[in-house]
Design a protein around this ligand. Structure first.
Ligand code: WTA
Length: 714
């Protein structure tokens, strides 16, 4: 694999202590990176012949000298009730305002405006996990009706008003996007919590957002089993109440209309079946509320460096313009395409590139309920064949899984993708090549899109018809995005230098989040403080966005993303905060200290491992281990299950008492722990290593950059 490499000894020289000895001028982030350069792949003439983005002059059009007006190009893809007067208002950095004065409705843009030309076209095709259940097609006409009825119910029955927040904890069923669009129609701010998160996690988020209505589903199919989901609503309500947020209504969609499939009792005057209530709203039409461009559209909670997930607040106008523009140009969506993004709508990828972007373009968007390899690794390709999917979008973890479970399966099915996306984690070049040759049958163009929950849409990706592809590299910046890589001291790491650093975006763009819900100071501190030199400046050039990802830039200008440099672990493309897991462990009375580190996993990319030390007098036991596992599942969800739990006599600590997670990460990944002489308790390191790896440790390996840098940040 083309891997970023730095000699372990070199790593030591990067610490400030060694630097002070004058041995070397390397800063912490200037880590030498060497990897084999990959060859380019070209898009086919057939793809280029039909692509949306074929004019090379667009690059110039979106160059810095045309910023910010270049983004009119994206905004003009939308219907505006009232045109904006100021494209970008920078008067209150870094709280940028986009398309100020403009008014629009996101639901109108994704539904109503398509009726004239596309009312009979499939808007959503829902594919249930049980293969014998046939797909459900919802046309734009039907979607229009259903969204209106739900909007009427939310307004008149649940008494939700423009600006209220509502928490939606639902699986991948069509009622999820229908509910989101109904909220958008009213200007109600939706906060969708990934279905796999626990009730407690949902309740915490509901409380933070101030939601008094929860929207649920009774259950869903996953991996061949029925998952009873409604029970988590009861926990969510209790958790929210404990946090001081009263929930007065729980609206429950039934996966099979009219049939309730959950053990959890319906609570009188709190829980209601949506299908029953909707009978009163048949045929109701709700005028879309004309929203300010800057009005919040939704919140999406994501993990960061502190224990509490933060609510990324996305605006209506800028966000919708950005996801529509990037769906048009980078996803190459035409109304005639059948587009399938396998992400879950509960993550940002689903919001931007299943719901808002594609639907603003009148695409046919496929929604699959279950896991890709159910009942076997041929399932995605059977779906693609049957629905004639021609644009496919997934993550490296799913690609690795499908490759492992059935590397030859795609060859058995007669489907043809013109375009494929990979997103969420770095993809290994050999996995990329399998995706290209086998899944894409050598015909499909691939975009490797790098971005984040916070950024709303793509930041780096190749332009599918214009740029050659390079396996393992996201590619150049997206139109109108001006990245830079800096070291810890703010020195630019130049293209072709071979060094890694922190990738930042120098300019604002319409898709960037507005703020962290209820915590604007944290927004500034987290994303802008690091490289801001003039806190009073009103010039956007003084406010680069810090992404917390490591990256390298070779001379060709193709960014290669190395992974998170903060306390976030990217598990199968999903962000988990190590602090969230640690806080969960610390609620267990036997535990004195906890530290969570990432380990490399062949399929999921990274998975968490937990280290705990127990309170005096408490011996390590299977019971404590089980308690840790179940606590993490209850407080966060199954996706956070650690791979291993280590009960250690003590944690490696600095003299000031800080747990050295970097040392633990090195042990878990069988890497060199580096210089440990400055620790308060250096002897513990060998003890822990023996405990974790047993005697006769094999040769130490070299590791990926994110693991080696893990825990460096304070
Ligand atoms: C990582 C998902 C490499 C990165 C859209 C980022 C990637 C985090 C890529 C955001 C990619 C996302 N190549 N790494 N193409 N895309 N990442 O917020 O570390 O769930 O910071 O958004 O995923 O994850 P999030």
């Amino acid at each position: 694999m083309a891997k970023a490499r730095a000699k372990p000894q070199e790593k030591q020289k990067q610490t400030k202590k060694v630097e002070n000895h004058g041995e070397r001028k390397l800063t912490e982030a200037q880590i030498a990176v060497h990897w084999k350069e990959e060859e380019y792949f070209q898009p086919s003439a057939k793809f280029i012949g039909q692509a949306n983005l074929i004019d090379p002059a667009m690059v110039e059009k979106f160059s810095e000298k045309h910023f910010p007006e270049c983004f009119r190009e994206y905004a003009e893809l939308l219907h505006w009730d009232q045109y904006w007067h100021t494209t970008l208002d920078t008067s209150e950095p870094p709280f940028w305002k986009w398309f100020v004065g403009g008014k629009l409705n996101a639901c109108y843009n994704c539904v109503d405006r398509h009726l004239e030309k596309h009312k009979n076209k499939a808007a959503l095709i829902f594919v249930p996990e049980p293969e014998l259940e046939s797909a459900t097609v919802i046309t734009y006409q039907e979607l229009y009706r259903r969204v209106n009825e739900v909007a009427a119910m939310l307004r008149d029955f649940a008494k939700l008003k423009t600006g209220d927040r509502v928490t939606i904890h639902m699986p991948m069923i069509p009622e999820l996007p229908i509910t989101m669009l109904a909220c958008a129609r009213l200007g109600v701010v939706h906060s969708v919590v990934f279905g796999g998160f626990s009730g407690e996690a949902c309740g915490m988020r509901a409380a933070d957002s101030g939601s008094r209505v929860l929207i649920y589903a009774d259950g869903y199919f996953r991996n061949g089993k029925w998952v009873d989901h409604k029970g988590s609503a009861d926990i969510a309500v209790q958790t929210a109440e404990k946090e001081g947020q009263h929930i007065d209504k729980v609206l429950v969609w039934r996966r099979h209309s009219g049939k309730y499939n959950s053990e959890s009792p319906m609570i009188m005057k709190r829980d209601y079946f949506v299908d029953e209530i909707l009978k009163d709203y048949r045929g109701h039409i709700v005028e879309p509320v004309s929203m300010d461009a800057e009005a919040p559209l939704f919140l999406m909670y994501t993990s960061g460096t502190t224990g509490k997930p933060k609510g990324c607040q996305h605006r209506t106008g800028g966000y919708l313009a950005y996801v529509t523009g990037t769906s048009q140009y980078y996803q190459d969506i035409h109304p005639s395409d059948v587009y399938w993004c396998m992400a879950d709508i509960g993550w940002i990828t689903g919001h931007s590139y299943i719901v808002y972007g594609p639907m603003a373009l009148a695409a046919t968007s496929v929604l699959y309920e279950g896991v890709p390899q159910f009942p076997d690794a041929g399932r995605p390709w059977r779906i693609a064949e049957r629905l004639d999917v021609n644009i496919f979008h997934t993550s490296p973890t799913a690609i690795r899984m499908l490759r492992k479970a059935g590397g030859d399966e795609p060859k058995k099915y007669n489907y043809h993708f013109k375009h494929m996306t990979t997103v969420g984690e770095p993809i290994e070049p050999e996995v990329w090549k399998w995706y290209h040759q086998v899944v894409g049958k050598g015909e499909a163009v691939i975009v490797d899109t790098w971005w984040q929950t916070e950024t709303g849409g793509f930041l780096c990706t190749t332009k599918p018809a214009l740029d050659p592809m390079k396996p393992g590299s996201a590619g150049p910046a997206a139109l109108g995005i001006y990245p830079v890589i800096w070291d810890e001291n703010g020195n630019e790491v130049t293209a072709g230098s071979g060094n890694a650093g922190n990738i930042c975006i120098r300019n604002p763009w319409p898709g960037i989040m507005q703020t962290i819900w209820g915590d604007p100071q944290r927004f500034v501190n987290q994303y802008y403080k690091k490289y801001n030199k003039h806190p009073h400046s009103k010039d956007w050039r003084d406010w680069p966005y810090y992404a917390a990802d490591g990256a390298v830039l070779p001379a060709d200008g193709y960014y290669r993303i190395l992974g998170r440099v903060d306390d976030v672990i990217n598990v199968a493309g999903h962000r988990l905060g190590t602090k969230e897991l640690e806080s969960a462990c610390l609620t267990i009375s036997e535990i004195a200290e906890a530290a969570v580190v990432p380990v490399v996993d062949e399929v999921k990319g990274r998975v968490p491992e937990v280290y705990v030390s127990l309170k005096p007098g408490i011996p390590p036991s299977k019971a404590v281990q089980d308690k840790i596992m179940s606590t993490i599942e209850t407080m966060i969800g199954k996706i956070a299950r650690p791979k291993k739990i280590h009960m250690v006599p003590d944690m490696p600590k600095t003299r000031s008492g800080k747990i050295m997670r970097r040392v633990l990460a090195a042990i878990s990944n069988n890497l060199d722990t580096g210089d440990i002489t400055t620790l308060a308790n250096p002897d513990i390191v060998a003890q822990i290593r023996e405990l974790v790896q047993g005697r006769g440790v094999g040769p130490l390996k070299d590791g990926p950059e994110d693991i080696k840098r893990f825990g460096e940040e304070t």
